[in-house]
Design a protein around this ligand. Structure first.
Ligand SMILES: Nc1ncnc2c1ncn2[C@@H]1O[C@H](COP(=O)(O)OP(=O)(O)OP(=O)(O)O)[C@@H](O)[C@H]1O
Ligand SMILES: [Mg+2]
Length: 287
């Protein structure tokens, strides 16, 4: 019927007797049938649109992945050929350059692998009780020197009392915070700062979640780019980010890891003039 095979029209009811009731009943059934068929068709159309969207996304992902791998492969090839031709000597400096390129490729492939596992719901995360302050202490202390070298500061009180406890994967959470700290270091003007703050849901509301806010100083991200930051391979300003070596998948990875912990991550303009990234994670204890 709605597919165009059968066309059924409601019957006109003029009689008030049993036959009239029967016709009314028939008309009611007909309208329900039409409703259900239309709902099914709408659901099918939605499914097909989603399938098409996924296929387009997959094609883009494959194209972007090959594009991202092409650059380091070209560099490696040129360097190795120059060594073969005797243009360069295979000294430590040269080997370090080659090693850096290979490590960059390995990181990219590893991240893409993690994202792919997350897409098919197979991102394996441990479920250990983790003191979120201890994880932040660890990551912040690993970055302190590099921030100091860039004339930047991190406002986070290391070694504070025990923090909220999150059930999750310590390596995954470290990765999330390290990606955020790396971004601030890369995309903040020298002399800038990062302020990390933590808020827990009020006990009486029963809201067992910890909200971590990462605010940095200028430059910020244009408003129209904010919703796209978590897309794979998205970079605000290709040339600037490329110079810093970014592939545009760090925040996408953060999103998958935070989602695997049942949390959420978002980005907005920071009152400090740069970017604010907010990570919200369910926790079992709010100190
Ligand atoms: N703190 C920040 N301040 C300003 N811009 C930022 C900040 N963090 C991220 N961005 C912008 O968002 C883009 C996406 O960030 P993302 O971490 O996903 O990728 P990336 O840093 O370019 O590369 P990768 O993390 O894969 O090495 C960056 O290229 C940059 O343009
Ligand atoms: Mg990054």
């Amino acid at each position: 019927m709605a597919a165009g095979d059968i066309e059924l029209q409601p019957l006109r009811v003029e009689r008030q007797d049993e036959v009239g009731d029967l016709v009314q009943g028939f008309n009611f059934l007909l309208s329900r049938l039409e409703e259900v068929t239309n709902q099914k068709l709408a659901a099918e159309r939605l499914r097909l649109a989603e399938k098409e969207r996924m296929e387009i996304a997959l094609r883009h992902l494959l194209a972007d992945t090959s594009h991202e791998l092409r650059t380091p492969i070209t560099v490696l090839r040129a360097q190795i050929e120059a060594l073969q031709d005797g243009i360069f000597l295979p000294d430590t400096r040269r080997l370090n350059i080659l090693h850096d390129e290979v490590m960059g490729m390995a990181r990219l492939v590893e991240t893409l692998f993690t994202l792919a596992r997350s897409d098919i719901g197979q991102l394996e995360c441990r479920s250990d009780p983790i003191d979120i302050f201890a994880v932040l202490d660890h990551v912040v202390s690993a970055f302190r020197n590099r921030y100091a070298e860039a004339g930047m500061t991190i406002a986070w009180t290391e070694g504070a009392d025990r923090g909220p406890v999150v059930i999750g994967d310590v390596a995954g959470l470290r990765q999330v915070f390290a990606n955020l700290l790396e971004n601030t270091l890369r995309y903040t003007d020298p002399g800038g700062r990062l302020v990390v703050s933590c808020r827990t849901g009020a006990r009486d509301t029963g809201d067992h979640a910890v909200t971590l806010t990462f605010d940095d100083t200028a430059p910020g991200v244009p408003a129209e780019a904010l919703p796209r930051l978590f897309e794979r391979f998205f970079r605000v300003e290709t040339s600037r980010s490329r110079a810093g070596g970014g592939s545009g998948i760090g925040l996408a990875l953060c999103q998958s890891l935070v989602a695997a912990h049942g949390g959420a991550i978002s980005a907005e303009a920071s009152p400090l003039g740069g970017l604010r990234v907010t990570v919200r994670l369910p926790c079992i204890e709010a100190s």
